[in-house]
Write a protein that binds this ligand. Structure first.
Ligand code: UDP
Ligand code: MN
Length: 664
């Protein structure tokens, strides 16, 4: 019985074939599923927080990702580099929808991504005049701006921008700005070398319905010199700067112009919506975001409630922001020059938004975000272009210029605690002219800016503690000296005031700092070194880090907020059942003390007992304690800081404040 051998063989081959076929179908469907999941991100009806502006620190992130032209040519031809593959399909990307690249083009898509650090294949399928939704609130849509608004010159600078992306920016400006308010569009080419940006671009703009002028930098200079060139040629009342990869949505221009008409010393920014670098979907962001800078002067978005400076409950009113992202804003043309335009010695990219934010506020102006103006921007996670002069050197020089001119005492803090920046870099910059400008405009000190414009800031200050929080296990020299000092203080029994503690440790700062032993002393710090700063992080005690690392550095306010870089605060955070489950799935350790965004609420207020050296939660009266906890997934024990009943004999509850210098 049984089948003859040749039939068996046939069956076997058929079976194999079916197996392979099934496997392929499965792979393709998974691929499609994943990409549809990714692209659905843009469809969500909830506004998203804006992504960070490209983060500059730590350097290794940039250097590792950085793709210069040399590398592109490494596996791309010069034809690839100069090719314009714009082939729009009528409904692609309509209403801000994502573009899904067919599986057959996936490889090509990945190959070409690196040219621009965004998915050019997606952009090349979207018409230049694609429709967008109306992202404004009903109040904004109903708002009437009346006649007599000033006119705008829209200035777009670019270096090697992709054709469809640049032209969609221009098209959206033309189609969504009232013609009588748009004086002109000014393009400045920062010495691009892609061929389509030469004659082809010149003939394209010649026939546009709005006068569009193209100027070219003789050599690659950077966005500041390019914008300065654009501004020189502008004739409109208001300069409106945009990046070359934006899409203006309905009604974007009027609120900006109206605010400047109302008050010419306001620099006004739109809400920056997100155009996905992956599929070019357009996603509305929260209107209530505001911006500022971290310890390394990288721009950051924040979402905590701010006291609004207008008392009217008008949701169309712009809100003040301590910092501007830099790419998209409008400013009165004459005011721009009165205020010193830009620091023309800032090259290529970076630092100019820091400088402008400090300068405008300190010299009597304001920076605001208008909730009624929505403009999309393609946020990229890496830099596609070259950095003549070297990325680190250029960036640190630009930042050193901004810090030296505007930050007074705080410039040293930035130099001391930012890798790559140093007092040495500071010595190498000549900012005489900008210092003279500051004097001429009679600008206020940086302390005024921090106290009045950015009271929630997480920088050190004269009435704050800055330094490390060490665990006083009683053995190290530093811990012993600290405990001895605290024990011998008169009146210590009564004091639970941070201020008093700050004064006491300050008087011994030098001794404590020199006694710290990086090998043996243990510092309060996040459990995971590389975890994203924005997420919930457990806290631990570990090796204290060397000077320029900021992981174990804290600022403590007189009110009792224990803050660190990027607006992160030590928070009492009772894990909810659901949260425990979530964290368990994420392979994490749970604790009731976490590092999370500072919000200025009572969960983030702590007190210090100089007598027992305990840090306790102000309201709950529970003490910060070092304990072992088990990681849910790995089952490894980890040392975690949490709160427990206070016990003055418990060595795991004793903490010392070791101040570090931050100004000269
Ligand atoms: N840009 C320029 N020259 C440079 C660097 C940038 O003209 O050397 C332009 C760039 O094409 C863009 C704008 O300046 O239109 C802002 O740069 P980018 O978008 O890279 O900054 P990001 O938005 O990532 O902060
Ligand atoms: Mn940009």
């Amino acid at each position: 019985m049984g089948l003859p051998f040749h039939k068996l063989k046939k069956l076997y081959i058929l079976y194999l074939f079916l197996l392979v076929f099934a496997f392929f179908m499965f792979a393709i469907s998974i691929n499609l599923y994943v990409s549809s999941m990714q692209s659905n991100g843009g469809e969500g009806s909830h506004p998203k927080p804006p992504p960070k502006r490209r983060s500059l620190w730590p350097h290794k992130n940039i250097v590792a990702h950085y793709i210069g032209k040399g590398d592109i040519f490494g596996n791309m031809t010069s034809d690839d580099y100069n090719m314009n593959q714009f082939r729009p399909v009528e409904t692609e990307g309509a209403y801000g929808r994502p573009v899904i690249i067919p599986p057959r083009d996936r490889f090509r898509m990945q190959r070409f991504f690196r040219l621009n650090s965004f998915n050019i294949l997606a952009s090349d399928r979207i018409p230049l005049n694609r429709t967008l939704k109306d992202y404004r609130t009903a109040e904004c849509r109903d708002k009437k701006y009346g006649s007599g608004l000033p006119t705008a010159s829209v200035i777009i600078v670019f270096h090697n921008e992709a054709w469809s992306v640049l032209l969609r920016t221009i098209t959206s400006v033309i189609n969504r700005s009232p013609r009588h308010l748009l004086k002109e569009i000014i393009l400045v080419d920062d010495a691009s070398d892609r061929t389509y940006l030469k004659r082809q671009l010149e003939s394209y703009i010649r026939v546009l319905s709005v006068p569009t002028h193209l100027y070219r930098m003789k050599k690659r200079s950077g966005l500041v010199p390019a914008r300065l060139m654009g501004a020189e040629h502008a004739r409109g009342d208001v300069l409106t700067f945009l990046d070359a990869h934006c899409e203006c949505s309905r009604g974007w221009l009027e609120p900006l112009l109206a605010r400047i008409k109302e008050s010419r010393n306001v620099v006004i920014c739109p809400v920056i919506d997100i155009i996905s670098d992956d599929n070019f979907s357009y996603t509305k962001t929260f209107e209530k975001h505001w911006g500022a800078f971290n310890w390394q002067l990288s721009f950051r978005w924040f979402s905590s409630e701010r006291k609004r400076d207008t008392n009217v409950k008008d949701a169309t009113q712009p809100t003040a922001t301590p910092g501007m992202a830099g790419g998209l804003f409008a400013i009165d043309r004459k005011y721009f020059y009165e205020m010193g335009a830009y620091d023309s010695e800032m090259h290529v990219w970076g630092g100019e938004n820091v400088e402008m934010s400090f300068r405008i506020w300190q010299c009597g102006g304001r920076i605001e975000i208008s909730p009624c103006s929505h403009v999309g921007h393609v946020f990229r996670s890496t830099t596609p272009y070259t950095f003549p002069g070297g990325m680190i050197d250029v960036l640190t020089t630009n930042l050193a210029r901004a810090a030296t001119v505007w930050m007074d005492d705080w410039q040293y803090f930035v130099m001391l605690y930012t890798q790559g920046l140093s007092l040495h870099v500071r010595e190498s910059v000549n900012v005489t002219e900008r210092v003279a400008l500051r004097k001429k405009l009679q600008c206020k000190p940086f302390s005024w800016y921090l106290e009045n414009i950015w009271p929630e800031h997480f920088f050190p200050a004269p009435d704050r503690f800055f330094g490390k929080i060490i665990w006083l296990d009683g053995e190290t020299e530093c811990a012993q000296a600290y405990s001895r000092h605290m024990k011998n203080l008169p009146g210590r029994l009564l004091s639970r005031e941070w201020k008093r503690a700050f004064e006491e440790v300050d008087s011994k700062a030098e001794e404590f700092t020199t006694l710290i032993d990086l090998e043996r002393d243990k510092c309060l710090r996040p459990l995971k070194e590389s975890a994203p700063r924005s997420s919930l992080q457990p806290v631990t005690v570990g090796d204290c880090t060397s000077h320029a690392q900021t992981m174990d550095l804290f600022v403590i306010t007189p009110k009792g907020q224990i803050m660190t870089n990027d607006n992160i605060c030590l928070t009492y955070h009772e894990p909810k059942q659901g949260m425990i489950k979530l964290l368990k799935n994420r392979n994490a350790t749970t604790s009731n003390v976490m590092m999370t965004q500072c919000t200025n609420d009572s969960r983030q207020l702590w007190t210090y007992d100089m007598d027992t050296q305990q840090i306790s939660h102000r309201d709950l009266k529970l003490c910060l304690t070092l304990k072992s906890a088990t990681n849910s997934r790995s089952q490894k024990t980890e040392k975690v800081v949490l709160t427990m009943q206070c016990d003055f004999k418990d060595i795991t509850q004793k903490w010392g404040l070791i101040p570090l210098p931050w100004r000269m």
